[in-house]
Design a protein around this ligand. Structure first.
Ligand code: MN3
Length: 200
């Protein structure tokens, strides 16, 4: 069974009023994400990994230095799907309910969380990701290089931002901080984060 690229959870132009052009998704979803899916299928074809859930493939290949190519593509397939779900039109702002209380408890305040998340996303040198994670019951912000993700480290991902240059170059050119600010102000899908928090 081949790995499939899930559809975008919104229309390709749905985020245009919120700082991300359809052209961004034509490349980032239509070419980059698709290429990771195609490569993963090529690399696992005819092997037992092709029959396993994507999450399993990520965990197995991360621990096996002979499977770096498989890990990179499998993790990038998962990371991008998770990233699309981290976005929504007219998102951003502040979370509510249990999630809001948990953020205040673990970071001190919502502003402190934003500061930590922005800092991680800004200071990830080169390609990578910024994450809000649940690490054994405590919310934390981490950054990961290249394709690495919380799943590989045994942590639960709640929210992510792709800070590879391809993620923001069409909309923001080299201005990564403007891309990060726009994400937090207008795009974060806090409903998705809240769902992840209560998931086993
Ligand atoms: Mn990307």
């Amino acid at each position: 069974m081949a790995f499939v690229q899930p559809p975008l959870p919104f229309e390709i132009n749905a985020l245009e009023p919120y700082g991300m052009k359809a052209e961004t998704f034509e490349y980032h979803y239509g070419k980059h994400h698709k290429a990771y899916v195609d490569n993963l299928n090529k690399l696992t074809e005819g092997t037992e990994l092709a029959e396993k859930p994507l999450e399993e493939v990520i965990k197995i290949s991360f621990k096996d230095s002979s499977k770096t190519g498989i890990f990179n593509n499998a993790a990038q397939v998962w990371n991008h799907t998770f990233f699309w779900n981290s976005l929504k039109p007219a998102g951003g702002g502040t979370p509510s309910g249990d999630l809001a209380s948990k953020i205040e408890k673990d970071f001190g305040s919502f502003d402190k969380f934003k500061e930590e998340f922005s800092n991680a996303a800004t200071t990830q040198f080169g390609s990578g990701w910024s994450w809000l994670i649940d690490d054994g019951g405590t919310l934390k912000v981490i950054k990961t290089p290249n394709a690495e993700n919380p799943l590989a480290y045994g942590q639960k991902a709640l929210l992510t931002l792709d800070v590879w240059e391809h993620a923001y170059y069409i909309d923001y050119r080299n201005a990564r901080p403007a891309f990060i600010k726009n994400f937090l102000d207008k795009l974060v899908n806090w409903d998705f984060v809240a769902e992840n928090l209560v998931k086993a």
